[in-house]
Design a binder for this molecule. Structure first.
Ligand SMILES: [Zn+2]
Length: 466
């Protein structure tokens, strides 16, 4: 208090008599003022910029450094990452439940992180870096807070369906029980045949887990976040799209990016984002017909495609997002293909073949019902021979025609180092990729003759390239 009065006195009356004394007073005054609670780790400490304590302030700086490739050389790279490990690490010993705050509700990001903690090992919990880069969380503080508020428990879990199939099979084998079946069947078999003692021993062998409580799940709400790591943002943004308030939804997304420590989009200024044009509109008809199985849910189909697009997310993520919202039983393959198409359409791709999407159901039926002998007659060696022959016949130079085999067994063909197509032949499925200017198309489960005929499209594309 006396420091405060001295400063006021100094401000009002001037302190010309003694400059050194004045500086000291002001320094002390600043110190007293800047002592507070860190916005990230909630420790009481001297507060630096952004409301952060010294340690969190350094962590922030290091994260921003690490996200900036321009400053990198080998030494700084190692140094920065060592520092980050030290500053961000999850450490069970740092969990301080007693001193955590009691809250009424969690923020959207906290809810998403709570869900992320479910069933993670207490002793060995590896937290993905995006939690720090994007949302700059303090994992030890948040976990303490979750436990203190009854959202998260630390215990041996007997929810065996969450264990891996390998662990379940090993446990069944030890107990001389059958080891065949799906994961839920394996878990059920344990549930029904193990004694209480065996069950608790299996649980103990897995080590203690973080387990989200009923109260925790209630707090998270009905929908798990799938595309954004923020439960409230995801629900609110999607609601706006359903109401056809597309510009508002887009602005909301920009704000979400602004609030991240490291935003997505190289050099994109989210304070001043590029204008966004929407092709899909909730109130207008699409220029193509949806597959029959999706027609009933047209509103959610459109909204999901728009949401996935403004979030810059992979169209494949649209599938679990959509399924969660409408809880319909639709063939996942149809949904995946439809959403890839819809997201391409929404992002402005040209020359899309509208009939592709309408016929997805028949296409999927044909793929499912492919007779077994179609696969018997497929030969990658014959296919490669046919490719060589067709390229020679077209007057192309086959010295620059090459292929390599990818990890999953897909053959990747290049001409002059340009990718021109792929093919994968499996025992129960096969597919061939046709590259075009706008998007690659995959043809599935064709006969050997059909695959060979489609090499013409590779030749066509290669001629356009050179
Ligand atoms: Zn802090």
């Amino acid at each position: 208090m006396s420091n405060f009065f001295n400063v006021i006195k100094g401000l009002v009356f001037g302190t010309n008599q003694n400059n050194i004394q004045e500086n000291q007073v002001i320094e002390n005054y600043n110190e007293a003022e800047t002592h507070g609670i860190c916005t990230r780790c909630h420790k009481t400490a001297k507060i630096k910029k952004y409301g952060l304590c010294e340690e969190c302030f350094i962590a922030r700086k290091e994260l921003l450094n690490a996200a900036n490739p321009e400053i990198y050389n080998q030494d700084t790279y190692i140094g920065i990452n060592q520092n980050l490990d030290r500053l961000l690490q999850y450490n069970f010993n740092k969990i301080d439940i007693e001193n955590a705050e009691i809250v009424e509700h969690l923020s959207g990001i906290e809810k998403a992180f709570l869900l992320y903690c479910d069933f993670k090992s207490v002793d060995d919990f590896k937290i993905a870096m995006y939690w720090f880069y994007q949302h700059f969380i303090d994992c030890n503080y948040l976990i303490s807070k979750f436990v203190k508020n009854g959202y998260l428990e630390i215990k041996y879990s007997t929810v065996f369906s969450k264990l891996t199939s390998d662990i379940l099979k090993e446990a069944l084998k030890q107990a001389n029980l059958k080891v065949s079946g799906t994961k839920s069947e394996l878990a059920k078999r344990i549930e029904e045949n193990f004694t209480e003692e065996q069950k608790s021993e299996l649980a103990k062998n897995q080590g203690k887990k973080f387990v989200v409580t009923d109260k925790g799940f209630q707090e998270i709400g009905k929908y798990k976040p799938i595309i954004a790591n923020d439960v409230d943002f995801e629900n609110n943004c999607y609601s706006l799209i359903l109401e056809n308030k597309l510009d508002e939804a887009y602005q909301m997304m920009c704000k979400y990016e602004q609030n991240k420590l490291v935003s997505r989009g190289l050099n994109c200024d989210w304070n001043n984002p590029p204008e966004k044009k929407f092709r899909i509109n909730l109130e207008k008809e699409l220029p193509f017909k949806l597959p029959n199985c999706m027609k009933l849910y047209e509103k959610d189909v459109k909204a999901t495609a728009i949401y996935t697009n403004i979030m810059g997310s992979n169209p494949r993520n649209a599938v679990p997002f959509f399924c969660q919202r409408v809880s319909a039983n639709i063939d996942r393959k149809i949904l995946e293909k439809a959403f890839i198409f819809l997201c391409l359409y929404e992002s402005g791709a040209l020359n899309l073949n509208y009939s592709d999407i309408e016929n997805l159901e028949q296409e999927q039926k044909r793929i499912k019902n492919t007779p077994a002998d179609v696969f018997k007659n497929l030969s990658i060696d014959d296919f490669i021979k046919a490719v060589n022959k067709k390229f020679i016949d077209s007057g192309l130079n086959i010295d620059t025609l090459k292929y390599d085999v990818l990890k999953d067994g897909t053959y990747n063909f290049t001409y002059n180092d340009y990718q021109i197509g792929r093919i994968k032949i499996g025992k129960r499925s096969s597919k061939m990729q046709i590259v075009t200017k706008d998007l690659p198309i995959w043809l599935e489960n064709l006969t050997m003759d059909e695959y060979t005929n489609n090499i013409d499209k590779w030749v066509e594309y290669t001629k356009e390239l050179i």
